[in-house]
Ligand binder design. Sequence first.
Ligand code: CIZ
Ligand code: SF4
Length: 304
Amino acid sequence: MPSELTDRINQLKTERKAVILAHNYTRGEVQDIADYVGDSLGLSQTAASTDAEVIVFCGVHFMAETAAILSPDKRVIMPDHHAGCPMADMVTPRELAELKKQHPEAIVVTYVNSTVEIKAMTDLCCTSANAVEVVRAIPDNQEVIFVPDRNLGSYVATQLGRKLILWNGFCPTHERIFPEHVELEKEKHPEALFVAHPECRPAVLEMADHIASTTGILRYCHENPATEFIIGTEIGLLHRLRIENPGKKFYPASPVSDCPNMKLITLEKIAWCLEDLSGEIKVPEETARAARRPIERMLEVTGA
Ligand code: CIZ
Ligand code: SF4
């Protein structure tokens, strides 16, 4: 639905030679104006391969940081600097250093939902799409510390039948989805399949027909012949699910599983940051170099 504001954004985008990237959890209208919509790693890889001079990153801080790490020669700007991720902030460098001291032989695997400082102290990164594959590549006799998401970590441990040293972090948005919510939706929609993100509580994951990252959920719901799905993740993903599957029905597992940080990104703020090119994400080169290493190792291990 073109409006004065979307026209203005499109005009500024051309003037600034900018590209707009939006995460699957952002507001529908933000996804609609974006050039690419995807998960954090896909967006960072798109950022690295684009010819654009400016990247407007519509997502939370750690995602824009990852894009900046992988594209050191480009200007990455964020429409709202306050869009952080509480899970990423649940582990500090000092706390991780303490845990590493207690387990000096352990390999540290860090979920991409983490700050650049934590990535820089890490051996291997992973995403929700490849966490099982990344940990599987580490020899069985090797101790593994998994930070910061205890739910993703325990999902990986269950899948591999392996003990991991888990950090006690979590995503407040996914943690708000309770088994009772899923039960209620299943009663209302008995034919629907329940698809959940691994950031959900273990008790919720046990109820799932399928567990996947946002990209995996999109693929599964598109390819599966079922026509009704209960979705256990941030509700922004329903926008894309509905657009890409007009004949199917999607129900949020919980009406309150929205991420307040993702929702800080609005069309007005996109226009403002394009006007004055404010909100640049700068990562000191030394930290960026240290943080790039575990991301590159992840890409090697997964053959991406
Ligand atoms: O990695 C991402 O983008 C996140 C936070 C979720 C997902 O599963 O895509
Ligand atoms: Fe962080 Fe959760 Fe929001 Fe993702 S949905 S940005 S993990 S708080």
